[in-house]
Design a protein. Structure first.
Lengths: 715, 65
């Protein structure tokens, strides 16, 4: 390695106490300045860590008018106080925030891999990246030596699988040292699209290759390349079980052992996470009419059998290897297709390791594009990862585009000759390659659904009303891959969110649509309070949410609220206290989240967003847009016409029935908004009140100022 | 007639919990079953019978990414 070192900075790595180093790192890649900041007690008390710290720093780094590509926009990342534990599953997450190229408001995303924990063990509770460089950079942090180097790129590869291998080899002293390296990067597509994502690496010594996990949502990889950062590299040797210097290690060990036994005994009877990870649910979603198919038009397809979990397990995914993405995770759901031979693209005929497929991959790159070919899905999976493309936004954007093509809204001429009928694998892969090369129709698709709608209308003469109905975006973020027309609660779970329709806030479809547990608006609002707050907490602490409910204790069904998995909630309370020395209970856990959740909402308000007007969902989220959709569930919809409206469907035209459904569903969504805002302590415009902020201990002057300014504008 | 998740469901014969789950297509592995409020152990699904008038809750828990 002979890269030119532009800046070298030495520091004394701060040891951890009760999960915190109380130091954060700031680097401005515009002027190459490096600063150490103190993490205050107020930050710990109000923001906890992880996404809380990210948002706090982002707020103070930006202004109300800051755009995603302004130099002051930041990428901020943090592992959280529980991050890096090795005694409990799912403790290696890094939380990342920035002003999104898609939404123009704060986005938060998270990834496994080793970067966050190694960064913390190198002395940093959080890491801010600000400014814009005029040349491509690599930033290297050596946590053992206490050394930061900003280096000039000397022609490193653009694509993730090559870049990670090269950087990991360069910074490791030998093969054994590679596990001490983690790289954050994106890929060749990121500069050309708005949903470039971040790959977080960890070295797999059994496969002798770098693996990757993704912080996918919102275009954080696009910001990274806009700042001309090629990669971030951290190196730390010496991970041991108590680097967090926890308050009560024996309590943590006890909880960890119990959970590990539960995983060992129960996983094979429950979700089989250790065999296939989250993709275990593909067939289930299909069976329950929830698997998005051909741009969310229907909830399943007979051909799904070709991409069932068994197909991937039996033909592609390596079994019998512990596949955790951080030390100590017994869920170990990070499966791979090894020695996978690519059939297309610039890496054709090469054998690679494909990380995945996860559920979103099979649903998004498979059924939602009308593709039922496992080889093709894995090929798309690989190219999305190595090119740095968020596959969820890609899938929803392209599914929308394909439906526009099939409905004659855009033509072969408009697409540059690409036949975009559903199921056309070659065209899908070509769109990915165009994104990588920065050319052709792929660049348009890479702008995301909201901007595609505008382009298709203005340039190609498409029907704006139809496109508004079928374009699956909210707040300009593309929907995650669940069909949810028949679950009002999940319609809110996607749209009544801070960052946009990502299912990490709430997944309520079964509770609402199948179990009928939350029939009233108040019930749904309660669920849309509790679950987003509970799940936010994982992001404050550096945790993966899968170990919470993808496995449950044998006696969970006997509890009062099995959906909450009370024993696991108590595990988290106990672990938090055992790490930090604090004495929170399950109610304070929710309040911790509520403070940050409301902070993020006010952050959006500060940027001119974050109100009711932006919480509306496209009609495809709420009900059947087309006759074909109505007919696909005619029995259900006709029954609703009888029971809900007291009318005879036999005497109505399909247009009349669809209109009746639409009026009813849109009215219900309005009522849901009212109920949810009230439950969250917000105005009917969806803005937190000063009184509510005070009640949760979040009446910080900067927040009050934003609320009062918003009120003064008469909003 | 029985109730399954608050909705009427025709009852024609005593059927086991497992048969009811199969009939309804409830294949999700994270399911909690209660009959008239009584928790039913998973091992008892094949033998525990659902009778006319029973109120059956089949709670699907959450999972996934």
């Amino acid at each position: 390695m002979a890269r030119k070192i532009l800046k070298s900075y030495e520091y004394k790595p701060q040891k951890l106490t009760r999960g915190y180093t109380r130091k954060s790192l700031y680097i401005n890649v515009g002027d190459l300045s490096v600063k150490e900041k103190d993490v205050s007690q107020m930050m710990i008390d109000k923001f906890v860590g992880g996404k809380g710290f990210d948002l706090y720093y982002l707020w103070h780094a930006t202004q109300s008018e800051t755009k995603w590509d302004d130099p002051e926009n930041e990428i901020v990342m943090s592992a959280g106080p529980l991050g890096g534990m090795t005694q409990y599953s799912g403790t290696g997450k890094t939380l990342v925030c920035g002003i999104s190229p898609l939404t123009g408001i704060p986005i938060d995303s998270n990834a496994g891999g080793y970067f966050g924990p190694l960064l913390k063990f190198s002395g940093w509770d959080a890491f801010e990246l600000q400014g814009k460089s005029d040349k491509d950079l690599v930033i290297f942090i050596d946590g053992n030596k206490g050394l930061i180097q900003i280096e000039e790129d000397d022609g490193l590869p653009e694509d993730t699988h090559l870049l990670n291998e090269k950087l990991t080899s360069e910074y490791a002293e030998n093969e054994d040292d590679k596990v001490n390296i983690s790289v954050v990067c994106t890929g060749s597509a990121a500069p050309h699209i708005r949903f470039g994502m971040l790959n977080f690496s960890f070295y797999d010594p059994r496969r002798k290759t770098c693996r990757v996990k993704q912080a996918g949502r919102g275009g954080l990889g696009t910001i990274l390349r806009d700042k001309k950062i090629k990669a971030l590299v951290v190196k730390f040797k010496g991970v041991t079980p108590n680097l967090n210097d926890v308050a009560d290690i024996s309590a943590i060990n006890k909880i960890g052992v119990k959970y590990a036994k539960e995983m060992h005994d129960r996983d094979q009877k429950q979700n089989g996470m250790r065999k296939i990870g989250t993709a275990n649910t593909v067939s289930i979603m299909n069976k329950y009419d929830l698997l998005p198919t051909r741009n969310f038009q229907t909830g399943g397809d007979p051909e799904v059998v070709k991409i069932s979990p068994e197909v991937f397990i039996n033909n592609f995914l390596t079994q019998g290897i512990h596949d955790g993405c951080w030390y100590g995770c017994t869920m170990a759901c990070s499966k791979t297709a090894d020695h996978f031979k690519l059939l297309t693209g610039p890496y054709k005929d090469q054998c690679v390791t494909v990380d995945g497929p996860e559920y979103e991959c099979v649903a998004g790159l498979g059924s939602n594009l009308g593709i039922f070919d496992p080889q093709a899905i894995l090929e798309e999976n690989f190219y999305c990862d190595t090119y740095g493309i968020d596959l969820i936004s890609f899938a929803s954007s392209l599914a929308f585009t394909m439906e526009c093509f099939e409905r004659g809204q855009i033509s072969l001429e408009d697409t540059g000759g690409l036949d975009l009928h559903f199921g056309n694998v070659n065209s899908v892969l070509e769109i990915l390659n165009q994104m990588s090369r920065g050319e052709g129709f792929g660049i348009i698709v890479g702008q995301g659904v909201r901007r595609c709608k505008q382009i298709f209308v203005e340039k190609f003469g498409a029907d704006p009303k139809l496109l508004q109905d079928i374009g699956m975006e909210n707040k300009a973020l593309e929907y995650a891959q669940y069909s949810h027309k028949e679950s009002l609660a999940q319609q809110g779970g996607f749209a009544l969110t801070n960052k946009g329709p990502q299912h990490d806030e709430a997944w309520l479809i079964f509770m609402d649509q199948v179990n009928k547990q939350i029939p009233s608006f108040e019930d749904k609002a309660d669920a849309l309070f509790y679950y987003p707050m509970f799940r936010t907490w994982f992001g404050l602490c550096g945790l993966c949410k899968l170990p919470w409910n993808d496995i449950v204790p044998a006696d969970n069904g006997k509890t009062d609220s099995p959906a909450k998995v009370p024993e696991h909630v108590q595990n988290y309370v106990d672990i938090f206290n055992a790490v930090t020395g604090k004495t929170i209970d399950k109610d304070e856990l929710i309040r911790q989240s509520e403070r940050v959740y409301n902070f993020q909402r006010v952050f959006s308000v500060r940027m001119g967003h974050g109100t009711r007007a932006e919480d509306y969902a496209p009609y495809r989220s709420l009900g059947p847009v087309t006759k074909e959709e109505y007919l696909s569930r005619q029995e259900l919809y006709d029954k609703q016409i009888r029971t809900v409206h007291g009318k005879d469907p036999e005497s109505m035209s399909i247009e009349e029935k669809m209109q009746l459904q639409r009026e009813h569903r849109e009215h219900q969504f309005e009522q849901l908004m009212d109920a949810v805002y009230k439950r969250r302590g917000w105005t009917s415009d969806g803005v937190p009140t000063v009184e509510h902020l005070a009640s949760i201990g979040m009446d910080l002057p900067e927040l009050i100022s934003v609320i009062e300014e918003h009120k003064a504008k008469g909003k | 007639m029985i109730k399954v998740n608050t909705e009427d469901y025709p009852w024609t014969r005593p059927l086991s919990v497992q048969e009811l789950l199969d009939e309804k297509g409830y294949i999700f592995p994270h399911i909690v079953v209660r009959i008239n409020g009584e928790y039913i152990e998973e091992d008892d699904y094949p033998k525990r019978l659902v009778q006319d008038g029973d109120d059956v809750l089949v709670l699907h828990l959450m999972a996934g990414g």
